[in-house]
Design a protein around this ligand. Structure first.
Ligand code: FES
Length: 126
């Protein structure tokens, strides 16, 4: 059996939503101290809906595939739904990740939660 699913390979080779949102109103950056990989998420939220999402990931193939899939899962969704996104859901949407690569999907969950947290704190200030 191949180590990585077709979906992982597809999202690694052709990642969706790569880049920066200049006028993002929620930005989250997280890293994994063990592997040194870093993930940054940019959210553009209007009327409590994720209008746009982009990411920059300096990391392994699974981290890139996880970021790409995670952005696809929350794009156009209400904030309340994005808040419930788990790394398990990301891994499942990718048709699975090897056990020792599950932490890569955790990075995607954490980056999105950090960006949502940033958006919330900006909202409070305005
Ligand atoms: Fe660290 Fe994949 S090896 S995020």
């Amino acid at each position: 059996m191949a180590l990585y699913s077709e979906k992982v390979m597809d999202h690694f080779r052709n990642p969706r939503n790569v880049g920066v949102i200049e006028d993002a109103n929620g930005i989250g950056e997280v890293g994994n101290a063990k592997c040194g990989d870093i993930m940054k998420m940019y959210l553009k939220i209007e009327d409590d809906v994720i209008q746009d999402v982009k990411f920059e990931t300096f990391g392994c193939g699974s981290a890139i595939a996880s970021s790409s899939m995670a952005t696809e899962l929350i794009k156009g969704k209400p904030v309340s739904e994005a808040m419930k996104l788990t790394n398990k859901a990301v891994a499942e949407a990718l048709d699975g990740l090897p056990a020792y690569k599950m932490h890569c999907s955790v990075l995607a969950e954490e980056a999105i939660q950090a960006a949502l947290e940033d958006w919330r704190s900006r909202e409070k200030q305005s």
